[in-house]
Design a protein around this ligand. Structure first.
Ligand code: TXA
Ligand code: MG
Length: 339
């Protein structure tokens, strides 16, 4: 398949991509979190093609993106009170809410679940494309299944060239990790995936929020989960990654003691110059927002570096750091050393 490449800065490119989507095509588009691989959410065939292009298991549902809360009436059968309050405060933005789905959402989009995930992105290019296409867009992250989510146009072309109809460059993603996901499909709101909108912020609006244990812990073999995406080993680098929970001082000491061929450190900016192994940095130790912005890019760099063994310095597991920790612990296959 020929993949057309566009730059959002060029006149007419947003319209061209919107038309491709309106006509049942697939396009990778920028959002503020990560790039998404979009198709018409109401078109079962187009959504089936998303799964094919990504190599995504069919039981892992897609997020439906809107550009106006008025679009919700066609997507969900209920807009719960708590979700309304969160929408007022955090939409448009990096927050996905799961609600009971309407009849109009095909089974492939929601992977057969009675619920649907909805997000109103803040990125101007994403919003303009949805507006111009005039339809909600189903979009998972625009990576091949199993590789890190793409935060730049180059990541998308690397993964999807020849597999989709179009890719549009909207610059690099400012948030850098996928949206926070909260479910309103059950009795109580449950945090399924931490992101830039923090647990602390959700609790401020809703009072209590349950945290799915899959956010921080490994699932048992065959365990039933609320979010099918949790089952899969996401963000899996080629190298063997171990997450090190330690102060900067202890981390540096530990890594330097374990230096050797193929050993890399995935560390904070401030630590790199003190390490005797090759390093890839993912932001300042003082900024969890910066760590989120750079973590997926750093994981891709690690893959390209030929690293065999990686010691990753753990972020703190609170605020936006919880999102970074959640991604890294999966990349590490839950292999953690606490010093
Ligand atoms: O920031 C984001 O959310 C990005 C951009 C493109 O918007 N999208 C994204 O999509 O991360 P994806 O497909 O990579 O992750 C969606 C997650 C999956 O883990 C999936 O299992 C879960 O959302 N999900 C979707 N619909 C669900 C539902 N009805 N119930 C439970 N989990 C659901
Ligand atoms: Mg994904």
């Amino acid at each position: 398949m020929e993949t057309l490449l566009f730059d959002a800065k060029n006149e007419g490119s947003v319209e061209a991509v919107a038309n491709i989507l309106k006509n049942g095509g697939l396009a990778a588009i920028p959002t503020e979190t990560v790039y998404g691989l979009a198709a018409n959410a109401f078109d079962a065939e187009a959504c089936a093609n998303i799964f094919r292009a990504k190599g995504r298991p069919g039981d892992n549902p897609l997020i439906v993106h809107i550009c106006d809360t008025a679009m919700l009436s066609e997507i969900v059968s209920e807009f719960p009170e708590g979700a309304k309050r969160l929408a007022e405060k955090y939409w448009p933005g990096p927050l996905t809410m799961i609600m009971k789905k309407s009849e109009k959402i095909p089974d492939v989009t929601s992977a057969g679940l009675p619920s649907v995930a909805v997000r109103f992105p803040a990125h101007p290019v994403a919003r303009e494309i949805i507006e111009k296409a005039g339809i909600p867009l189903a979009a998972p992250s625009a990576n091949l299944s199993g590789s890190p989510s793409p935060t730049t146009f180059e990541h998308c072309t690397h993964d999807l060239m020849g597999r989709v109809d179009a890719i549009i460059d909207g610059g690099s993603c400012s948030v850098g990790v996928e949206s926070t996901i909260i479910s309103f499909a059950g009795e109580k709101p449950v945090l399924l995936r931490p992101g830039y909108i923090t647990l602390e912020q959700l609790c401020e609006v809703l009072g209590e929020v349950e945290v799915s244990h899959a956010v921080l812990e490994k699932l048992e073999e065959g365990e039933k989960v609320l979010s099918p995406g949790m089952k899969y080993k996401h963000y899996a680098p080629k190298a063997q990654v171990t997450l090190i929970k330690a102060s900067s001082e202890d981390y540096i000491k530990f890594v330097n003691e374990h230096a050797g061929k193929g050993v890399f450190a995935l560390c904070f900016d401030e630590e790199a110059k003190m390490l005797v192994v090759s390093t890839v940095t993912y932001g300042s130790k003082f900024s969890d927002a910066q760590q989120a912005e750079h973590i997926f890019e750093a994981l891709r760099k690690i893959d390209e570096s030929g690293a065999e063994k990686v010691f990753a310095h753990s972020p703190k597991a609170s605020g936006i750091g919880l999102a970074v920790y959640n991604r890294l612990i999966r990349a590490a296959g839950f292999d953690v050393i606490e010093i």
